[in-house]
Design a protein around this ligand. Structure first.
Ligand code: PGA
Length: 224
C-alpha cells in the first residue's frame, strides 16, 4: 500500500519557488502518496498545479469567519486543500494548548479536512505519558472522526536535529499510539533520503521538514 509522504515546508519558499517545485513534482513518478504543505500565501498557487488532495495547510483557526485578524478558517482552506496540520510542536511552543488544538481538530473535521495531528515528547520527557495526554485532550470527542485523523509522532528532540529514535523505538511508539487511537500513524523528525525507507516500513508514512525543501532529496523520500 502507498505510504503518506507529507512535506511541511514551514516558513520557506516564495510563491514562485513553490510553484516551480510542484511543477517538477507533477512530471515525475513517485511511489507514495505525496502531500505538500506550503505557506498559506503559496497554497492557492500550489493547489492550482497539484490536485487539492495533495495539498495541505500548516495550521487553521477554529472559527468559520468573523473578526479574527490574521487567521484562516477551515472552510477557506477546504477551497484549496484537503489536509491540515494541527498541533505541530513549533505551534505548541507558541502557546497552543491541547484545549485550543481540540477546537481546531473539531472545526477542521467538520469542514471536511483531513487532519495530521502532531504529538511527541521533548528531550527527557516520558514519551508515553506526553503522547497519551496530547491524544486524550487534543482528540477528545473525536472518536467518530477517526477517518479524518492521522497522527504524526514527532519527538520534539528529533525535529531539525539530525537525530532520530532507534527503529524499534519508533515501532513501539506507533503501536502505542494505535492502541490509544485507531488511525494511521506517521513518523516525523529528521527524516531524510537515507533513513526514509527503513522508517516507512514501520509506520503509515512520514512528515518531512528540512529534507522536503530540496527537490532531489524529497524525491528520494517520495520514492522510498
Ligand atoms: P524535520 O522537521 O524533518 O526538519 O526534522 C519535521 C517536522 O517539523 O515536521
Amino acid at each position: 500500500m502507498d505510504k503518506i509522504v507529507a512535506a511541511n515546508w514551514k516558513m520557506n519558499k516564495s510563491i514562485s519557488q513553490s510553484e516551480k517545485f510542484v511543477r517538477k513534482l507533477k512530471k515525475v513518478d513517485v511511489r507514495n502518496n505525496v502531500i505538500i504543505f506550503p505557506s498559506f500565501i503559496a497554497l492557492p498557487a500550489v493547489s492550482q498545479i497539484l490536485e487539492k488532495e495533495r495539498c495541505g495547510a500548516q495550521d487553521s483557526f477554529y472559527e468559520s469567519s468573523g473578526a479574527h485578524t490574521g487567521e484562516v478558517s477551515p472552510e477557506m482552506i477546504k477551497e484549496v486543500a484537503d489536509y491540515v496540520i494541527i498541533g505541530h510542536s513549533e505551534r505548541r511552543a507558541k502557546g497552543e494548548t491541547n484545549e485550543i488544538l481540540n477546537k481546531k481538530v473539531k472545526a477542521c473535521s467538520a469542514a471536511g479536512l483531513k487532519i495530521i495531528f502532531c504529538v511527541g515528547e521533548k528531550e527527557g520527557e516520558d514519551s508515553h505519558a506526553v503522547v497519551k495526554k496530547q491524544i486524550i485532550e487534543g482528540l477528545k470527542g473525536t472518536d467518530a472522526l477517526t477517518d479524518f485523523v492521522i497522527i504524526a509522532y514527532e519527538p520534539v528532540w528529533a525535529i531539525g536535529t539530525g537525530k532520530t529514535p532507534e527503529t524499534d523505538e519508533i515501532m513501539e511508539a506507533v503501536k502505542y499510539i494505535k492502541s490509544l487511537y485507531s488511525c494511521e500513524v506517521l513518523y516525523g523528525g529528521s527524516v531524510n533520503g537515507e533513513n526514509a525507507e527503513e522508517i516507512l516500513k514501520i509506520c503509515d508514512g512520514v512528515l518531512v521538514g528540512s529534507a522536503s525543501l530540496d527537490f532531489q532529496s524529497f524525491l528520494k523520500i517520495a520514492r522510498s
